[in-house]
Design a protein around this ligand. Structure first.
Ligand SMILES: *[C@@H]1O[C@H](CO)[C@@H](O)[C@H](O)[C@H]1NC(C)=O
Ligand SMILES: *[C@@H]1O[C@H](CO)[C@@H](O)[C@H](O)[C@H]1NC(C)=O
Ligand SMILES: *[C@@H]1O[C@H](CO)[C@@H](O)[C@H](O)[C@H]1NC(C)=O
Ligand SMILES: *[C@@H]1O[C@H](CO)[C@@H](O)[C@H](O)[C@H]1NC(C)=O
Ligand SMILES: *[C@@H]1O[C@H](CO)[C@@H](O)[C@H](O)[C@H]1NC(C)=O
Ligand SMILES: *[C@@H]1O[C@H](CO)[C@@H](O)[C@H](O)[C@H]1NC(C)=O
Ligand SMILES: *[C@@H]1O[C@H](CO)[C@@H](O)[C@H](O)[C@H]1NC(C)=O
Ligand SMILES: *[C@@H]1O[C@H](CO)[C@@H](O)[C@H](O)[C@H]1NC(C)=O
Ligand SMILES: *[C@@H]1O[C@H](CO)[C@@H](O)[C@H](O)[C@H]1NC(C)=O
Length: 424
């Protein structure tokens, strides 16, 4: 593996004096490569040294953070506007009238995507209950209360679709026709945990960037419900319910790439989605949780890791230019150059591993062996392997260092994917 494959991990302490001049950096860089790390601290120095008397800036120890103007002393730094009301916050002083409406094309298109996702979830849960008999469910280890729970999840989707429709207004898209890749109850559960994974992550990826903060809050309160659905379907699937410390976020184009193949047709007046459909990627040796019936539905399951560090993962992908999505009216495309890396989104991280045995439409990579935090002073020795759960993998032409706040910069580097990587 090249050194870039092992994501650098850092912890640093930055101390800045009144004039904002960099005093001292005590930083411990633990992993092999840390180019972005060095660049970041240079930028802090350059910003504060540029012209006149610079405003004081401060940094916490969060390694991926830029400078802030707030001095986190632990005490109030300004008088409180009202008793028990610390100064600051956005839209907190009572003069803001909430606006539950898209405030930009970005908002509209993000919510348009979300509504397509809510509708397929509604359809999928209803379809599963219709397609399989009570006996099919019983044989798969799910009883009447479990089926009632799935029925209730479908009702939750009615509420979510209503909420997003109300935000979008009269042009909101309507329910479409769908197709599903399962033949058994276990495969249904597995598809549901996958589809709700990209539904949930698809929202986390853009939530902080919405112009309408008021809409973002309502959306968050629906997506936390969806997160519970995802976990329950993992439990039905005989998987560990949540083998991660953090849930991941993906970009809208990634979510649309994953969703579009299951939409057969939509009403003609549905507004067109403006996100990209990347060429399809297949993890050809992806573990299939539904193929192993010794793991029954359970609150939690101690199941061996589906992929282990060092194991080889095989990828194959399509060329761009394929028709996909509603009425086959979307076309896959990429802006990237030749594939060089597998990019994996899991937890807080985008981890790259160099591709090996690269052919025109296939390659391999090695499952990485790194931790979200290589150490913490909270509990030294308690470690969280970075890739687990139902993760996202794609092939890229470059390996820019990105964090959740600037993750969308990866879109222009994606040659194919994402596909779901069934890591645990
Ligand atoms: C930040 O606050 C601390 C504690 O009050 C103070 O000692 C320090 O000088 C302040 N730093 C700046 C740059 O104002
Ligand atoms: C915070 O306030 C307490 C009580 O006034 C004071 O003793 C302490 O020094 C202050 N801490 C900082 C960092 O300013
Ligand atoms: C509340 O804050 C906004 C800016 O966020 C400001 O324009 C407005 O004047 C403030 N209103 C009051 C009553 O303080
Ligand atoms: C994923 O998490 C499960 C549950 O904690 C654990 O058994 C498994 O080893 C983890 N997988 C990897 C690749 O670390
Ligand atoms: C897609 O196909 C359906 C079913 O044939 C049709 O009713 C609908 O008008 C088509 N939608 C578009 C956008 O062409
Ligand atoms: C992915 O690859 C596997 C193994 O070759 C194959 O069975 C499966 O049909 C492929 N999936 C898609 C969507 O092409
Ligand atoms: C992965 O690819 C290698 C090399 O092409 C091949 O030998 C191997 O059989 C593949 N494994 C699986 C499980 O598809
Ligand atoms: C994972 O992401 C977090 C947040 O950006 C970062 O602090 C940490 O260093 C990253 N870990 C790795 C292994 O890249
Ligand atoms: C993304 O943000 C991180 C800080 O969280 C920064 O280090 C990195 O350089 C940014 N990447 C790009 C390509 O701007």
């Amino acid at each position: 593996m090249r050194k870039a494959a092992l994501r650098r991990a850092t912890s640093g302490l930055l101390v800045i004096n009144m004039k904002g001049i960099l005093f001292a950096i005590a930083a411990a860089a633990i992993a092999q490569a840390a180019p972005a790390f060095d660049k970041r601290w240079d930028n802090v120095g350059a910003a504060s040294a540029s012209g006149g008397i610079p405003a004081p800036t401060y940094s916490g120890r969060y390694p991926d953070s830029g400078p802030s103007t707030y001095n986190a002393t632990g005490n109030l730094t300004q008088p409180e506007p009202k008793p028990y009301t610390p100064a600051g916050g956005i839209n907190t002083n009572g003069s803001h009238i909430p606006v539950y409406h898209p405030a930009s094309d970005f908002d509209y298109e993000s919510l348009n995507l979300v509504l397509h996702q809510e509708y397929i979830e509604l359809d999928l849960f209803e379809y599963g209950l219709k397609r399989f008999s009570a006996q099919d469910f019983e044989q798969a280890g799910l009883n009447q209360a479990d089926r009632d729970l799935i029925a209730f999840m479908a009702q939750q989707e009615v509420g979510h679709a209503k909420m997003v429709t109300d935000i979008l207004g009269p042009t909101a898209p309507k329910r479409c026709q769908y197709k599903y890749p399962f033949n058994t109850v276990h495969e249904f559960n597995d598809f549901c945990q996958k589809l709700t994974r990209w539904g949930e992550s698809g929202v986390y990826g853009f939530l902080e960037h919405l112009d309408s903060r008021d809409s973002a809050q309502l959306l968050l309160q629906s997506i936390t419900t969806e997160a519970r659905q995802q976990m329950i379907f993992r439990q039905f699937d005989g998987l560990h319910p949540m083998p991660v410390w953090f849930e991941d976020g993906i970009t809208q184009s990634m979510a649309w790439t994953l969703l579009a193949p299951y939409i057969v047709s939509c009403p003609a007046d549905n507004p067109r989605l403006q996100w990209q459909n990347f060429p399809a990627l297949n993890v050809t040796n992806n573990p299939n949780p539904a193929a192993d019936n010794q793991y029954k539905p359970a609150i939690s399951t101690n199941r061996p890791a589906l992929f282990r560090p060092g194991e080889v993962i095989n990828l194959s992908w399509e060329n761009p230019g394929m028709k996909v999505g509603p009425n086959m009216s979307y076309t896959t495309s990429t802006n990237a150059g030749a594939p060089k890396f597998a990019g994996i989104i899991s937890q807080l991280n985008l981890t790259y591993v160099p591709l090996e045995n690269i052919k025109s439409n296939s390659a391999q990579f090695v499952f990485p062996n790194s931790f979200v935090y290589p150490s913490t002073d909270i509990a030294p020795g308690v470690l969280d392997p970075v890739v687990n759960e139902t993760a996202f993998v794609f092939v890229t032409d470059d390996d820019p260092f990105l964090t959740p706040a600037n993750l969308s910069l990866i879109n222009s580097h994606i040659a194919a994917g994402p596909a779901l990587l069934q890591a645990g």
